[in-house]
Design a protein around this ligand. Sequence first.
Ligand code: OGA
Ligand code: MN
Length: 269
Amino acid sequence: MEIEDAIARYGVLVFKNQSLRNDEHIAFAIHFGEVEAEPVNTGRTRLTETKLNDISNLNADGSLMKADDRRRMFSLGNRLWHSDSSFKTVPASYSFLFAHVVPPHGGETEFADMRAAWDALPVDQRTRLTKLDAWHSLLYSRELLGFSDFNADERAKYAPVRHPMSRVHPISGRRSLFISSHIGRVEGMLVPEGKELIRDLMESATQREFVHSHSWSVGDLVMWDNRCTMHRGRPFDDQRHPRDLRRVTLVDASYGKTPQPTSIFASTA
Ligand code: OGA
Ligand code: MN
């Protein structure tokens, strides 16, 4: 299909001037796979459709969330580079983020190409990384920002999961670096060593030449592939302006099933 070919090549697609009700947004996404059973809304109740992630700064009554709102603390984690649902046992394939209301300034979403990031690494580092796994948790990314006020339910629900640090894409056949701010530990390494490695990789993987910044307009639908990109939200004045984005995310049905060639050399698309 045309869209699948395009996203396998580019990693991110933008559909301008769309008008989508929540059910239409979900119906579009379902063409590309199975929607994740459980969105991460951490206490939000604004959206009644169970398949939508609420990526807004709004309370259920439409007012702006207060600065110290616990739900806002969780949302601030989206401003760190990540791959959606990398903290789940089966991570995400595509995400579909649709803009209902956008602020007058800021609030862009940036995307970084993890295939380009991989190809740019020295061969010896690629060799090492093909053998490494990392532990991801939603709580690790929140801890990075200094928020660690988690209850027992959250600690149980977001227990760390283990994933390889690189992966081969099922359609393009290209290898990507698989990192995310949800990583808190690298298997077989001391915590500080692992964190230092992740910071170093983050820095090289998000050089400006690998990054596209999307400035939102109402009606934009942005689709990205979490298997080969990272993204982050940029700041905006969320105490003065509403920003209402909603996201549908799919389960990566191919996870763990793609043959992982032992060669660390970049494979061709
Ligand atoms: C997301 C996300 C960033 C943003 O929806 O998954 O990380 O710009 N959003 O809101
Ligand atoms: Mn995200």
